[in-house]
Design a protein around this ligand. Structure first.
Ligand SMILES: [Zn+2]
Ligand SMILES: [Zn+2]
Length: 451
């Protein structure tokens, strides 16, 4: 039976107070006095033990804090002494001209091996005797470091300068009319005038981009003239093996466009240091090479095929240029490449016939009433650099982007109203030309036609 709370005597209520000052009340109902006393003593003993433990912990923490402070103080003192010694050594190095090198060593991004050197990283005060004992060893270390640093600095400067001029040449090429031959990267980067800029500027100087661009632009007309004159002569010599009376203007003829030169190296022509440093750049990256005619040959069969195409367009092979033939854009079918009735007939623009279907029988512009349907299947090639704007020489794919470029940038020259809405390139032929550096030849992809 439960006794109401109001009828309990004070002895039946034990109050225990914890060390955290939290008060808990336990109501002991119906216990004997002995049990209450025992519980009271036990509770007091527990409190006393807890108190002792806390005092001990607190004392231990204080000791640890004191010890940490002392150790930190000692470490600070040692660091201070080492810093004083390092500064004293730097002052001595200053007197003999080696301080700047030591400071470069300290700031080296790969790690400061000066400060951690066994002769420097000491807490002992530097004395005259100590300095005299270490001077030779420190100077030896610094001079070795300097020699390595200069080699590294020179190599890094050369690489970044070649990259800079390569980028500048690329930038200038993209703004240049490429209907006339433009030197390859190697032809410009190994020109003595450009080499002088790259090699004769102290290697601890950084070349300024805009200054280098203006210098390159200043030298380019001379470089191009000399280069072009030499290369045209080389190519003419090759062309004259087939056409004895060929002149410079013959190089633009469609019937001469059947050969390819390549970028290569000229290991035998130069063996000086400047050339040998540049050589690995283009050895691994062909676009950095020099333009060479050594593998250029006249392909008489291809020339004959193009002559037939030109004549089928009612044009004169003696005067028709590559550009004329691109503009004529004859419709050509390779008759031998009909695989089966389902795949359709093979049509292509003229460069593809000369490159990929050499020796195959073909037909040109002779497809009667179906011609319009066939032309409707023509698809511009995917090369985003297939054509160049005649006004600023920017490159475009043979699609709408050229038209919007002309409208947006050369509207005053082109006559904005005359532009077709969904353009036909042939209608605005004076405002573009085929990019001689394009990867995909011609304006249109080969296509299959099935009636
Ligand atoms: Zn074929
Ligand atoms: Zn333009």
């Amino acid at each position: 039976m439960t006794t109401p709370l109001s009828k309990l005597s004070p002895a039946n209520i034990a109050i225990a107070q914890s060390s955290q000052q939290n008060i808990s009340i336990s109501l002991v109902i119906g216990k004997s006095q002995h049990a209450i006393k025992k519980s009271f003593i036990h509770s007091n003993t527990e409190n006393a033990m807890r108190g002792l433990k806390e005092k001990k912990n607190s004392h231990s923490n204080e000791c640890q804090t004191w010890l940490d402070a002392k150790l930190s103080e000692r470490a600070d003192k040692l660091t201070e002494l080492r810093n004083e010694r390092k500064e004293a050594i730097l002052k001595r190095l200053d007197q003999i001209g080696w301080r700047a090198e030591a400071e470069m060593m300290i700031k080296d991004y790969r790690g400061d091996i000066f400060t951690s050197h066994k002769l420097v990283s000491q807490s002992r005060k530097l004395t005259d005797y100590g300095w005299n004992c270490m001077e030779a060893e420190l100077v030896q270390m610094l001079s070795e470091y300097q020699a390595q640093r200069l080699i590294r600095q020179r190599a890094e400067a050369l690489e970044s300068r070649y990259r800079l001029f390569f980028g500048l040449r690329l930038q200038i090429e993209s703004e240049t009319d490429l209907r006339d031959p433009f030197p390859a990267a190697g032809d410009i980067l190994t020109d003595p005038r450009i080499e002088a800029l790259i090699w004769d500027t102290p290697f601890d100087e950084t070349l300024d981009d805009s200054l280098c661009r203006s210098k390159l632009l200043g030298y380019l007309p001379m470089i191009i003239n000399e280069w072009r004159h030499g290369k045209v002569q080389e190519v003419l010599e090759i062309l004259r093996q087939s056409r004895a009376r060929a002149t410079g203007s013959d190089l633009h003829l469609a019937t001469s466009a059947s050969s390819h030169a390549h970028l290569g190296s000229q290991t035998s022509s130069r063996s000086d240091e400047r050339f040998e440093v540049y050589f690995p750049f283009w050895f691994t990256k062909r676009p950095l090479g020099v333009w060479m005619s050594s593998t250029l040959v006249c392909n008489d069969s291809a020339s004959q095929v193009i002559k037939e195409i030109v004549e089928a367009c009612n044009l004169d092979p003696e005067t028709t240029t590559v550009r004329d033939l691109h503009l004529a854009n004859p419709l050509i079918e390779c008759v031998s490449c009909v695989h089966n009735i389902h795949s359709g007939r093979h049509f292509m623009s003229w460069p593809y016939l000369a490159i990929q279907h050499m020796g195959h029988p073909f037909q040109v512009n002779s497809f009667g009433a179906e011609t319009a349907q066939m032309i409707a299947r023509e698809v511009p090639n995917r090369d985003r650099h297939a054509v160049c704007c005649s006004h600023c020489h920017k490159t475009f794919g043979p699609g709408l982007s050229l038209f919007s470029h002309l409208k947006d940038n050369h509207g005053d020259v082109v006559g904005i109203d005359t532009l077709p809405a969904l353009g036909d390139l042939l209608e605005i032929r004076e405002h573009w030309y085929c990019n001689p550096r394009a990867v995909e030849p011609g304006l249109y992809k080969p296509f299959l036609y099935k009636a």
